[in-house]
Design a protein around this ligand. Structure first.
Ligand code: F0G
Length: 359
């Protein structure tokens, strides 16, 4: 019996892999129409592309199925990455499936619990670096240059090839329509450029006749791309001490910043930075108005959309897709910190009833 669900490999003709891919059914994520959230934000039509529903719980799986498959084609025997968490969780998953050893470099104390758990259970060698993500990137690049180890950060172009299928799928799911705008959280800045590439390919092939305005959202504590956008340049000024509750995008020197800014400028898009408070509100709105559970970094897309609508930059009549990049359960500690405590009661019906009806 063979079953085939929609996945990244639906777009195989546009992917640079000749061999049988290392795949565990990545992609094919839902595009939810979100009318309650749209009403709160004040726009006509809002969709959420929930990438948290990939096999390892983030969009990284789309890039990893292609990147790891290419690594095998190239005869590489060991795989590595630096990560704020999700890339390492995904690489560990695909390395396990491929039967290849994985090394991940994580910034000590700054990776959400669920992501560390994933890297550990899938059998990666996990190095906790006494430094931040940007420092871990420098180290892993040197390691991979000097040893024969395959680097799977988004500097690797095959990662971005996989991630571009988010753009393909959005067009597909909207019945071959292109939304006015796609809003994406930005950290190391690969994904926004990758998604744009997907849209551009479909236009070049004559499947569509335009591209959406690519809009990249960062946090106020880690926003070199937004700052460059506001100055109108392609060159970022790296930030030495990035800090945000959204640890996935706690990045001061994004390697794909130029590509991201080009995608934003060329498509007529925008970039904005949101506060941790704004992203937490958006995370709660997604969860409580739409039943969509996301990790903090993912909520920046919705928080940024709201901020840009409030500022009059995004029109009320636009059709918008927000990409939510990672699953809620990636970072349970953050959720506990922003939520009310459970109510503890004695194991009798009077106590339960009292608690149920108390304000
Ligand atoms: N959202 C989540 C949940 C992420 O994990 C990341 C990146 C991003 C957004 C930003 O995407 O880097 O392509 O701009 N996480 C990387 C990691 C850095 O190591 O997991 P980007």
């Amino acid at each position: 019996l063979r079953t085939e669900s929609p996945s990244v490999w639906k777009y195989r003709a546009l992917l640079p892999i000749e061999t049988k891919p290392v795949s565990i059914q990545e992609g094919g994520t839902p595009l939810y129409r979100c009318d309650r959230l749209a009403e709160k934000i004040g726009i006509k039509e809002l969709y959420v592309k929930h990438e948290g529903l990939n096999p390892s719980g983030s969009f990284k799986d789309r890039g990893m199925t292609v990147g790891v498959s290419k690594g095998i084609e190239l005869g590489m025997k060991t795989l590595a990455c630096a990560s704020t968490g999700n890339t390492s969780a995904s690489l560990s998953t695909y390395g396990a499936k491929a039967g290849l050893p994985v090394i991940v470099l994580l910034p000590e104390g700054k990776v959400a619990l669920g992501k560390v758990a994933q890297a550990l259970i899938h059998g990666a060698k996990v190095l906790s670096i006494r430094g931040n993500f940007d420092e871990a990137v420098v180290l892993v690049r040197q390691l991979c240059d000097e040893e024969k180890i395959y680097l799977l950060n988004s500097i690797n172009p095959y990662r971005l090839e996989g991630q571009k299928t988010i753009g393909h799928e959005i067009v597909d799911q909207l019945g071959f329509n292109v939304p006015d705008r796609v809003v994406v959280p930005v950290g190391n800045a690969g994904n926004v450029a990758a998604i744009y590439k997907g849209f551009k390919e479909f236009m070049t092939l004559g499947i569509t006749d335009r591209v959406p305005k690519m809009t990249g959202i960062q946090t106020e504590g880690a926003c070199p791309v937004t700052k460059a956008f506001k100055k109108g340049t392609e060159d970022i000024v790296p930030e030495k001490n990035p800090e945000t509750i959204a640890t996935a995008i706690r990045i001061g020197n994004p390697v794909n910043a130029k590509k991201a800014l080009r995608a934003i400028y060329e498509s007529g898009g925008n970039s904005e930075a949101v506060s941790d408070e704004e992203l937490v509100e958006a995370q709660k709105d997604l969860a409580q108005l739409e039943g969509i559970g996301v990790e903090p970094a993912s909520a920046t897309s919705v928080a940024g959309l709201k901020k840009l609508v409030d500022a009059g930059v995004i029109g009320h009549d636009e059709t918008v897709v927000c990409v939510t990049t990672g699953h809620l359960l990636k970072d349970p500690e953050e959720v506990i910190n922003i939520s009310a405590e459970p109510i503890t009661v004695d194991a009798n019906i009077e106590a339960v009833r009292k608690a149920v009806f108390s304000k």
